[in-house]
Design a protein around this ligand. Structure first.
Ligand SMILES: C[S@@+](CC[C@H](N)C(=O)[O-])C[C@H]1O[C@@H](n2cnc3c(N)ncnc32)[C@H](O)[C@@H]1O
Ligand SMILES: [Zn+2]
Length: 926
């Protein structure tokens, strides 16, 4: 077997414009319109920008792989920057379907790979970010997941649209009104989904619209009638106080709107031992009647413990009272009193038949206590009628689309979607898939687990979190309104989502159900994947909520996929003790063994010349700093690394990717930011050598430094540096088949991580050792006391050691000495002195201060008269100071240095621009 070093290094193994990728990923989070994720909910999706960047940079060679073209480090750095610029464009959301940008990116892939583009497999595809982006970049994408809901999502994104790409819509309206239009990509499909979805809505309204009456508006609110947005209900319980025994409402909050100047609330009024509700302007003066501790009876004021409420729930004795109605006013939301007519309209029977399944695991931990144990328990009778109506309309719409497809001349080969059909039957089924998704999305906002969010007067969906919580005062939305919680609102997002799918595909993608622990027979392919993380999300348990509805609509289309009554659970890789009789250890072992098996499979699948990339999702609790000054490696992280290495991989890169912008939270431990880490892996040769601890240290020393230089040259944010440095470090460790510790025992991942950290420290120390003596003194003092006072004597000892004088440094404006104490001058007290040789410390502080105070432009003004070499020194010092501040938990300080490095390229550009107007002799040299 060839060694992995025989293959060309890829960009992702050397450097990335991580900040730009992370910024694009953060931005993408706020994009809803036109994002493929709005087709169907899935938990903990990766941003498309991240997936796109990871795949691209795993295929494109690093310039150092071509010494014949880029012989010097400078030439390599310049070429790298050119590649970075392509990537920077590629990750921008608006460029997702920009053909020029995609062509430029694909050209680079071809330049490195020739025409031999590998297919990509994601064995844990979930919501499908990775396969979708592989498809966008021109690869053949294979998506696998154990979960039928996830598989169907992937089919809807990568498998179905290319089958019908370029087809004209079949619906009669488009055929009549736009017979000669061309329909590029999936626009024809999208137009049909829109047509049949609208038909579904109209037909549903015809059948059940009477269940959703309009409401009379009081004269002082404009009079007339208004369409209801939501009915606000409170669950009720009988008070256990023998002297009372009345029905009392369980209400988290009586507020209806907390919007400034438009506050509204519900006021409960007790008359004749009965409660009625009045809707009033202003904030509620009364607290809710239920909180974390328990409930309180509105009649007698007695506390009601949760055990009583739970008992009542389990015996089906909880009631519900209508408290208020929210409606569409002429100028925004209006809030009106509940009335009998509306209570009557809601009191229907359950439909004759409806789907339901037993909730399991985390899905029922909370609500199960109150007797809500089946998916159907999470809907009111009216909601069940509505959802079953929509669900059966999916089949009717599918039939209509099939008939229209025939009428439009599509072939009638009778082959269904699942069997690879592309004719009329398959097309009708395809329309059905997207419409079934709309019903699923509707269940997420038509449930008695939906709350009313008073601060923004919007519906809160069932899965606002990755669990199903109990909701006391729930909001029953009107699917036929035009506002929050309506079919229309959701459906618009569905239609817009098509625009976010790749518009041109070189290959048809493929999605199927498969257990990642088994061999799927594929070989010589590219693998990129985001496996489940321990017990973080119980995908199978949560997705039963959707599965039962999807199954009802789609078991005819995908009979095998929807063959089981509920989502298959046994093989799911998640550490859930309840599946092992409560045994935590067995759950842990199951997860770890399973992961190892899955990685071993990946090893067999993967092509050797392309790195395998694996996402590791960080859990917040793992990243807490354990003790002063030391960040202890987390066990989950170690387990993951160990499993990958054990499966036969060497790790060659680690990139912290996140979807949050670093704010003032830095300094609580830099890790707190990273939402996940991408691990870059290569196959380790079977004959990999053994090494000793000493050899490992030597190799680390030799190889970690150039890698760190590269990372710094790429302006990687200081907050990301430590995690990014693990890659090149663990690369050295995982290259050996075994590393033997001094006593002959095998060195584990934890010890290796410690060694890497020590090297990182040494690297920074040396960097500041290279600086002028004054700066080295300042760094030492900063480490000891920040900008606070130190005893004069102590400072003097330090000064002597560094061969500098306190007096001279005071004169140079670095510090303030007096009354037996010394402190470093705070940044805003430092005065710029250009007549002296400026110590790096001073320069770094000035630039940091200028950026903080006057932004990029102000900082550039300071930087424009500084030599390029000095400026680079100052940047290097900012890295060092960040590390110190971060370990000391000085959040503001860490933030300031991090900002300087992350703004660096902007500052340099701006300085060059300024210099063009004011010529100076020595400069940053751009
Ligand atoms: C973290 S998610 C993937 C998320 C995805 N990258 C996205 O952006 O939406 C992990 C997935 O692994 C799936 N999974 C769990 N156990 C599995 C197994 N044994 N085989 C295949 N897939 C499995 C889960 O159903 C889940 O969808
Ligand atoms: Zn009472």
């Amino acid at each position: 077997m060839t060694s992995s070093s025989d293959y060309k290094k890829k960009l992702i193994e050397v450097a990335l414009p991580l900040d730009d990728i992370n910024a694009a990923s953060a931005r993408e989070k706020s994009i809803r319109h036109g994002h493929p994720s709005t087709l169907h909910l899935w938990w903990a999706r990766r941003p498309l920008a991240t997936a796109r960047a990871v795949i691209w940079s795993s295929l494109v060679d690093d310039p150092s792989a071509h010494p014949e073209k880029f012989p010097t480090e400078e030439a390599q750095a310049k070429e790298r920057e050119r590649l970075f610029n392509i990537l920077r464009e590629l990750v921008v959301w608006e460029n997702s379907n920009n053909q020029d940008v995609l062509d430029a990116a694909k050209a680079e892939i071809h330049a490195s790979m020739g025409n031999d583009l590998p297919p990509l497999l994601d064995p844990f595809a979930g919501g499908g970010a990775i396969p979708l982006e592989a498809q966008r970049l021109g690869l053949k994408a294979y998506a696998q997941d154990l979960n039928p809901v996830a598989v169907t999502i992937n089919k809807a994104m990568i498998e179905i649209p290319p089958k019908f790409a370029g087809n004209k819509p079949v619906n009669p309206r488009s055929r009549q009104e736009r017979p000669f239009d061309t329909w590029a990509g999936n626009t024809g499909l999208a137009s049909d989904v829109e047509y049949y979805g609208n038909w579904m809505r109209e037909e549903a309204f015809r059948r059940i619209g009477h269940l959703y009456p309009k409401v009379k508006v009081p004269e002082d609110q404009g009079g007339g009638e208004a369409t209801v947005i939501a009915w606000i209900w409170a669950r009720t319980v009988k008070c256990p106080n023998p002297a009372c025994g009345h029905e009392t409402p369980l209400v988290r909050s009586f507020d209806l709107s907390k919007k400034k100047g438009k506050e509204w609330h519900v006021k409960p009024i007790i008359e004749d031992r009965k409660i009625r509700f009045e809707v009033k302007p202003g904030k509620s003066e009364r607290e809710g009647t239920v909180n974390r501790q328990g409930a309180t009876c509105l009649h007698c004021g007695m506390p009601i413990g949760f055990p009583h409420v739970r008992e009542a729930g389990k015996s089906h004795e909880l009631g519900a009272r209508l408290m208020a109605i929210v409606a569409e006013g002429k100028r925004g939301r209006i809030f009106v009193d509940a009335n009998d007519e509306h209570v009557m309209a809601s009191s229907t029977d359950k439909p004759d038949a409806y789907p339901s399944g037993k909730l399991a695991g985390k899905s029922q931990v909370n609500i199960g206590l109150y007797g809500l144990t089946e998916t159907a328990d999470l809907f009111t009778n009216r909601q069940l009628i509505t959802l079953t109506t929509f669900s059966s309309l999916v089949k009717e719409a599918q039939q209509k689309a099939y008939e229209d497809a025939l009428a439009s001349g599509m072939v009638d080969d009778g082959i269904g979607l699942d069997a690879g059909g592309v004719g009329a039957r398959a097309y009708g089924e395809a329309i059905g898939v997207y419409l079934a998704f709309v019903v699923d999305q509707l269940t997420n906002q038509c449930s008695s687990i939906c709350g009313w969010n008073a601060p923004n007067t919007q519906m809160r969906t069932v899965f606002a979190r990755q669990a199903i919580p109990m909701v006391w005062d729930y909001a029953e939305s009107n699917p036929f309104s035009n506002s929050t919680g309506s079919f229309d609102n959701l459906f618009k997002l569905t239609i817009q989502a098509f625009a976010g799918l790749p518009s041109q595909c070189a290959h048809n993608g493929s999605a199927r159900q498969f257990d990642a622990q088994s061999d799927n027979g594929m070989r010589e392919i590219m693998v990129s994947t985001d496996p489940p993380y321990y017990d973080n999300i119980g995908y199978a348990d949560l997705s039963d909520y959707f599965y039962v509805w999807l199954r009802q609509s789609l078991k005819g289309t995908y009979s095998k996929l929807f063959g089981t009554m509920l989502v298959p659970k046994a093989e799911e890789l998640v550490a859930t003790p309840y599946r092992f009789g409560g045994n935590k250890q067995r759950a842990k072992d199951f997860f770890e063994d399973g992961m190892l098996h899955a990685f071993k499979q990946v090893y067999d699948y993967a092509r050797e010349d392309i790195p395998v990339t694996i996402y590791y999702a960080f859990k917040q609790s793992e990243t807490e700093q354990k003790d002063e000054g030391e960040k202890t490696a987390s066990s989950g992280w170690e387990t993951m690394l160990a499993a990958i290495i054990k499966a036969g991989f060497a790790i060659t890169g680690t990139w912290p990717v996140r979807t949050e912008k670093p704010g003032r939270t830095i300094g609580n431990g830099a890790n707190a930011l990273a939402s996940s880490i991408v691990l870059v892996c290569r196959k380790r040769p079977v004959d990999a050598p053994i090494c000793t601890r000493r050899e490992l240290v030597t190799a680390l020393r030799r190889e970690l430094r150039p890698a760190l230089d590269n990372l710094q040259a790429a302006n990687i944010a200081p907050v990301d540096l430590a995690q990014s440095a693990i890659g090149p470090g663990i690369a050295v460790y995982s290259r050996y088949s075994h590393v033997l510790d001094a006593d002959g025992s095998e060195m584990g991942v934890r010890a290796a991580l410690q060694l890497i950290n020590e090297e990182l420290d040494a690297y920074f120390n040396e960097q500041s050792d290279g600086a002028d003596s004054e700066s080295r003194f300042c760094v030492e003092l900063y480490k000891q006391a920040g900008f606070n006072d130190v005893k004069y004597g102590e400072a003097e000892v330090l000064a002597t050691a560094k061969n500098v004088s306190i007096q001279a440094m005071e004169n140079a404006g670095l510090l303030d000495a007096g009354k037996g104490v010394v402190h470093l001058l705070a940044r805003d007290q430092i005065v710029m002195k250009t007549d002296l040789r400026t110590p790096t410390w001073l320069l770094a502080q000035q630039l940091t201060n200028a950026l903080d105070r006057d932004g990029v432009e102000g900082c550039a003004k300071q930087a424009m008269s500084v030599s390029a070499a000095d400026a680079e020194q100052a940047k290097a010092l900012a890295y060092r100071l960040f590390t110190i501040a971060d370990r000391k938990n000085w959040a503001g300080e860490a933030y300031a240095y991090n900002a300087l490095v992350t703004s660096w390229s902007d500052v340099v550009l701006k300085a060059a621009e300024l210099r063009r107007h004011v010529p100076v002799q020595e400069s940053l040299g751009i």
